[in-house]
Design a protein. Structure first.
Length: 477
C-alpha cells in the first residue's frame, strides 16, 4: 500500500488534519495574546481606559470584518446627522464674547454643523441672559442650537455631557470666549475627506485681550496685542509629550473615540483636561493637520481665567498626573517618528561630544585662577531682566548674534526640515515690548540655547586662562 505523506502524518499523530489545526491554533493563541506581548498590553490598556460601557471586543470584531474593505468616503455618507457637533460651555458671565462666538458661527462657509450649548451652574438671571442671546440669533442658526443645563461637576463635566449629546461624526470645542474665522468648519471637513477617523487639527493664533466697559455701561473685549503664531504648523506627538501646543479651538475629535472606545474627559483634573484628552485620542486615532489659521485663542490680561483661578502648583500637579498616564501607556507611533527620534539622539550625541571636547580643552590649561573664582563664574546668577524695550531688543540681538546660537544653526535647520517647515529670523524692529519679552523667553528656553549653556559658562574662563597664560609667557621673557 502506498501511503502519502499526509496520511503518514495523520497516522503518526493519531489525529486528523482538522484536529491538528485546532491544536496549532490552541498552541499559538496564548502566545499571541500573552500578557508580555505589546499588542495585548495595548488592547488591555484600551479596555482599562474604556470605563464607560465601551466594548473593545466588539470594536475589534468589527475591525476584523471590515479591515479588507475600502473605507467609506465621508462625502458619500447620506445621513440626517451633521458633520460637526460644536460644544460650547458657558456660565453666563461672558455675554459679549458668547455673542461674538455665535456671530462667527453665523458666517461659516460650511454650515454642516450643530451647536450643543451647555449652561454650567447658571443662576436664574444667567440662564435668562443665555437664552435671550440664543433667541437673538438668525432662525437657521437658532434651530441648530440645543441648550442643556448642567448643575453639577467641575469645568470638565460640561464637556463630557456635551460630547455625549453630540450627533455629528466629529465634535469640536468652542468656548464662549473663542473666536473662529469663516473657514473653521470647512477646513475640518476637508481634512476629514482625506483623513477620516483621525483627530483633526488646524492652526490657531494667540492674541492678548482685555475686558473694557463701553460708554453704555456694557462690557466688551478689546485686543491689546497683535496675533502671534506660537503654535507648530503641524501636530508633533513627541513635542506634545511635554506640553500642549494645540488649543482646544484648533481641534475636532472623531465621535467614535468617545462613543465606541469610551474616551472621556478626566473630571478629576482641574486644569489641562483638554491636553489629556487630546493625547489619549492621538495615541489611538492619530492626528491630521492643516497649516491653515482658522481661529484666535484669546489670552485674557485683565479678566478672570483658568490661569488666575488655579495656582501654579495645581497646574504642575496636573501636568505630572498626565505625564504618569503617558508613562503607563503603550504607544502607537506614526510612520516617520523613528526618523525624528534618531535625529534627536544624534543631536544629543553631538552636544555631548562638544561638551567633552570643551572639558578636555579646559583641563589642558594650567589655570592660575583659584577654584573658588571658577565656581563663581560658572554658578553666578544672571542679572534681573530689564523692562526697557531697547534693552530687550539688545538682548535678543545678542543671542541671535552669539557664537552659541550660530554653532547650533545646523541642528535647528535639521529639526525644522524634519517638521516640514523653515523659519527665518524674526523682524525684531517691528516687535513691541510684550512680543520682545515673549521672544526673549522663547530663545532662553530653546533647546539650542540651553544645550550650549556650558559653552557660555566656560568661555569666559577659557578667555581668562588664555590671558593668564599669555601674561605669564610675556613676563617670562
Amino acid at each position: 500500500m502506498i501511503v502519502k505523506n499526509d496520511d503518514r502524518d495523520r497516522q503518526a499523530s493519531g489525529m486528523d488534519i482538522e484536529s491538528r489545526e485546532r491544536a496549532v491554533t490552541s498552541d499559538t493563541q496564548p502566545i499571541y495574546m500573552s500578557d508580555c506581548g505589546l499588542f495585548n498590553q495595548f488592547i488591555k490598556h484600551l479596555e482599562k481606559e474604556a470605563s464607560h460601557g465601551a466594548e473593545i471586543s466588539v470594536v475589534l470584531e468589527g475591525y476584523a470584518q471590515t479591515a479588507r474593505q475600502p473605507p467609506p468616503n465621508p462625502s458619500s455618507l447620506k445621513t440626517d446627522t451633521p458633520f460637526l457637533s460644536i460644544v460650547t460651555r458657558t456660565q453666563g458671565q461672558r455675554p459679549d464674547t458668547l455673542r461674538e462666538a455665535f456671530l462667527t458661527l453665523s458666517g461659516q462657509s460650511c454650515q454642516d454643523f450643530e451647536v450643543i450649548l451647555v449652561g454650567h451652574k447658571l443662576d436664574t438671571p444667567g440662564e435668562a441672559l443665555v437664552r435671550n442671546i440664543v433667541s437673538d440669533q438668525p432662525s437657521w442658526l437658532r434651530s441648530r442650537i440645543r441648550f442643556i443645563r448642567v448643575d453639577h461637576g467641575n469645568r470638565t463635566t460640561p464637556l463630557n455631557i456635551g460630547f455625549q449629546e453630540s450627533a455629528g461624526r466629529y465634535t469640536a470645542i468652542l468656548d464662549d470666549d473663542d473666536f473662529v474665522f469663516a473657514n473653521w468648519v470647512e477646513v475640518f471637513k476637508n481634512l476629514e475627506l482625506a483623513n477620516p477617523g483621525r483627530v483633526l487639527r488646524a492652526m490657531s493664533v494667540l492674541q492678548d485681550f482685555e475686558e473694557v466697559e463701553t460708554q453704555f455701561g456694557t462690557k466688551c473685549s478689546r485686543a491689546v496685542s497683535s496675533p502671534r503664531s506660537i503654535y507648530p504648523l503641524t501636530f508633533q506627538l513627541l513635542d506634545h509629550l511635554r506640553g500642549n501646543y494645540s488649543p482646544p479651538v484648533a481641534l475636532a475629535f472623531p465621535r467614535y473615540f468617545f462613543s465606541s472606545l469610551g474616551g472621556r474627559f478626566d473630571e478629576t483634573l482641574t486644569t489641562t483636561e483638554d491636553w489629556d484628552y487630546l493625547m489619549r485620542a492621538a495615541f489611538v486615532c492619530g492626528v491630521a493637520s492643516a497649516a491653515v489659521v482658522t481661529s484666535i485663542y484669546r489670552q485674557w490680561i485683565s479678566r478672570e481665567n483658568s490661569r488666575t483661578i488655579h495656582p501654579p502648583q495645581e497646574w504642575i500637579d496636573n501636568h505630572h498626573r498626565i505625564f504618569e498616564k503617558h508613562d503607563n501607556s503603550p504607544l502607537l507611533l506614526e510612520a516617520g517618528t523613528t526618523k525624528i527620534l534618531r535625529q534627536i539622539l544624534d543631536e544629543r550625541d553631538q552636544l555631548r561630544a562638544w561638551a567633552k571636547r570643551l572639558d578636555e580643552e579646559l583641563r589642558s590649561f594650567q589655570s592660575p585662577t583659584p577654584p573658588a573664582e571658577i565656581a563663581r563664574l560658572i554658578h553666578e546668577p544672571e542679572p534681573n531682566m530689564p523692562e526697557n524695550i531697547e534693552l530687550y531688543r539688545e538682548q535678543v540681538i545678542a543671542i541671535l548674534n552669539s557664537t552659541s546660537w550660530k554653532i547650533t544653526t545646523v541642528l535647528r535647520t535639521m529639526k525644522q526640515l524634519a517638521k516640514g517647515k523653515r523659519i527665518g529670523p524674526p523682524d525684531i524692529s517691528s516687535l513691541n515690548i510684550a512680543d520682545l519679552r515673549q521672544l526673549l523667553d522663547a530663545l532662553n528656553s530653546s533647546t539650542s540655547w540651553r544645550a550650549t549653556a556650558s559653552i557660555r559658562r566656560i568661555a569666559p574662563i577659557l578667555r581668562k586662562l588664555k590671558k593668564a597664560r599669555s601674561d605669564t609667557a610675556n613676563n617670562g621673557h
